[in-house]
Design a protein around this ligand. Structure first.
Ligand code: GAR
Length: 203
């Protein structure tokens, strides 16, 4: 079994999409065994508890040294024998120790078509505000592997979403979630679980 950790900071609708996909058998080789939040207020923690998934909270603020924060994350993931890490609205940028501990095994969902409207400072509603300000007619979502460059790792899946007249950042965020994020994130997790499962079988 591929043990999956989902890292969250907010409402957790992408986590919910993964929980629902797992229930419907979308990634039989994998199981979400840990939800790790960057703060205690994340509603995603409630969603995890409702689904019977173990939770942990590691807040960057509680560490003086960023290296200690990264080490705490790696330790928690290792203690839970995690194979695959999914960033689902996780708003803290992970340092090199975490990335090196899980090479090609950390996925992120970003609410635009990378390389547009991405990188440091582009998160949540800000991404959709930037797309509306620029005046693009099509936006979307991207699932990519995580490396040391924010939103810079290899792209796995993308889905386009049309901008409608009268869109606000909130309306656009919701449409991008419904039409793109909640679909491609479970698909990408299924893809990686198949690959990692095949690698485990070979051993
Ligand atoms: C999602 O739109 C996700 O793509 C975005 O935050 C939202 C989290 O919503 N992530 C980023 O902007 C990362 N740069 P959720 O907590 O309901 O899944």
């Amino acid at each position: 079994m591929i043990k999956i950790a989902v890292l969250v900071s907010g409402g957790g609708t992408n986590l919910q999409a993964l929980i629902d996909a797992q229930k419907s058998g979308a990634f039989p080789q994998g199981e979400i065994t840990l939800v790790l939040a960057s703060n205690t207020k994340a509603y995603a923690l409630e969603r995890a508890k409702n689904a019977g998934i173990e939770t942990a909270v590691i807040s960057r603020k509680s560490f003086e040294d960023p290296a200690q924060y990264d080490q705490a994350i790696v330790k928690t993931l290792r203690d839970h024998q995690i194979d695959l890490v999914v960033l689902a609205g996780f708003l803290s940028i992970l340092g090199k120790p975490v990335i090196d501990a899980y090479p090609e095994r950390i996925l992120n969902i970003h609410p635009s078509l990378i390389p547009s409207f991405c990188g440091a400072g582009f998160y949540g509603l800000r991404v959709h505000q930037a797309a509306l300000d620029y005046g693009v007619k099509v936006t979307g979502a991207t699932v990519h592997l995580v490396n040391e460059i924010p939103d810079g790792g290899r792209i796995l899946l993308q889905k386009a979403v049309e901008i409608q007249p009268g869109d606000t950042p909130e309306l656009l965020q919701r449409r991008v979630m419904e039409e793109a994020e909640w679909k491609i994130l479970p698909q990408a997790v299924a893809m990686l679980c198949r690959q990692l499962g095949a690698m485990q079988d070979e051993r």
